[in-house]
Design a protein around this ligand. Structure first.
Ligand code: SF4
Ligand code: SF4
Length: 83
């Protein structure tokens, strides 16, 4: 999963772009629900939130939730309810 760091300026760009509805406003800045973030696997070649974010390196890999490609695909299948 990916993580939104404190560099976030709450520009609202990423939230509507997430294909998994994993992004929502938190107490101070936007947050990613690690349980819903597939790093865009199943939808795009690369994380679309990182593409639209105007602040470089604000959205990074979440070191607390390291996942291999197979695990991300598994999450995609579960979220889609097609297992
Ligand atoms: Fe959503 Fe993709 Fe960003 Fe994860 S990487 S939060 S799935 S847009
Ligand atoms: Fe924050 Fe970047 Fe999302 Fe804007 S696009 S709300 S700066 S994480």
């Amino acid at each position: 999963a990916l993580l939104i760091t404190n560099s976030c300026i709450n520009c609202d760009m990423c939230e509507p772009e997430c294909p998994n509805q994993a992004i929502a406003m938190g107490d101070l800045i936007y947050q990613i629900d690690a349980a819903r973030c597939t790093e865009c696997i199943g939808f795009y070649d690369s994380p679309t939130c990182q593409k639209v974010c105007p602040i470089d390196k604000t959205i990074i890999v979440d070191a607390r939730h390291p996942e291999c490609q197979a695990e991300l695909w598994e999450k995609f299948v579960i979220l889609q309810g097609v297992a």
